[in-house]
Ligand binder design. Structure first.
Ligand SMILES: NC(=O)c1ccc[n+]([C@@H]2O[C@H](COP(=O)([O-])OP(=O)(O)OC[C@H]3O[C@@H](n4cnc5c(N)ncnc54)[C@H](OP(=O)(O)O)[C@@H]3O)[C@@H](O)[C@H]2O)c1
Length: 268
């Protein structure tokens, strides 16, 4: 199993109620790390926390927080201030496919907070805490879509590129302080986000990767000292071989169809 035991005794995981964050929480607990589980869905987090404590004998703390609120990251920091945290998984995120001009400014601001500000506030605060305690590790979850602009997801691809560059820079900057940083760039990990985005599974270029595999590959990359990781060998090859312009066009089209699927679901 990809080893995380060096980063205890506590791990903070945002977006722990679903998908990648939930799988990270399970992976941490299975290795004996106590877990802070943060997201909006209190009852889902509470059930997960009980399940992990029962299965692995670890402690857990549920933090209900909306990380698209300007004060969300500060609330999470306050709720974990008394714990000796050695690992941050800053993962919570999301968005909605659709045309930029069709979206409202207040909603775009909230999504910018969730997908950028929250990450930098957590990276800054935990970076200081880790440096002061002589070590720690961070996984910042960006997206493969951060490598270029994505039509029909312009806002999120821009926000995710912020996280990608922040984490890549911090990987080098924080190394002398004993703080490891790896940016995860998921592109087709099998989580509920596929349905939330209105994506049609039959139209995806390759079969989605099981989430536990994506987490394992990310932990390996963290331990190997890599600044970024794209889980899934097939996707790494595909993104290397596809010309940038073609990739923008194909992914933009897929997201346009997803937006139409979501609009159809609302009308139907
Ligand atoms: N799966 C992929 O292939 C893929 C591709 C590109 C990027 N990503 C990125 O990977 C990360 C995890 O996504 P996922 O695939 O695991 O999706 P997911 O299953 O939808 O999980 C998203 C998580 O983020 C939390 N979250 C969303 N909005 C939040 C808010 N305002 N405040 C607090 N928590 C919030 C959700 O919890 P609540 O709803 O309970 O708050 C949930 O736990 C995201 O940053 C996403 O952008 C994933």
């Amino acid at each position: 199993m990809a080893d995380l035991t060096a980063y205890g005794p506590w791990a903070v995981i945002t977006g722990a109620s679903s998908g990648i964050g939930r799988a990270f929480a399970g992976h941490c607990a299975a290795q004996g790390l106590n877990v802070v589980l943060a997201a909006r869905s209190t009852s889902v987090l509470a059930d997960l926390g009980r399940e992990l404590s029962r299965a692995h004998g670890v402690e857990h703390r549920v933090v209900t927080v909306d990380l698209s609120d300007p004060g969300g990251a500060a609330d999470l920091l306050a709720a974990s201030a008394d714990l000796d945290v050695g690992l941050l998984v800053s993962n919570a995120g999301g968005g909605r496919p659709g045309r930029f001009l069709d979206q409202d400014i207040p909603d775009l601001h909230r999504r910018l907070t969730l997908n950028t500000t929250t990450h930098f506030e957590l990276a800054h605060a935990f970076g200081r805490r880790f440096a002061a305690r002589g070590g720690g590790a961070m996984v910042l979850v960006s997206a493969l879509g951060a490598i270029h602009g994505l039509p029909n997801m312009a806002h999120e691809s821009a926000a995710k590129s912020y996280v990608r560059n922040l984490g890549e820079a911090l990987h080098h900057e924080l190394k002398p302080a004993g703080v490891k940083v790896t940016v995860m760039l998921p592109g087709n990990v099998d989580t509920p986000i596929i349905e939330k985005f209105g994506l049609d599974r039959t139209r995806l270029p390759i079969k989605p990767l099981p989430v536990a595999t994506a987490v394992r590959q990310t932990v390996h990359a963290l331990n190997a000292g890599r600044p970024t990781v794209v889980p899934d060998r097939r996707l790494r090859a595909l993104s290397r071989l596809t010309p940038r312009g073609l990739s923008i066009k194909l992914n933009g089209r897929l997201l346009g169809e997803a937006a139409a699927n979501l609009a159809g679901a609302v009308q139907g």
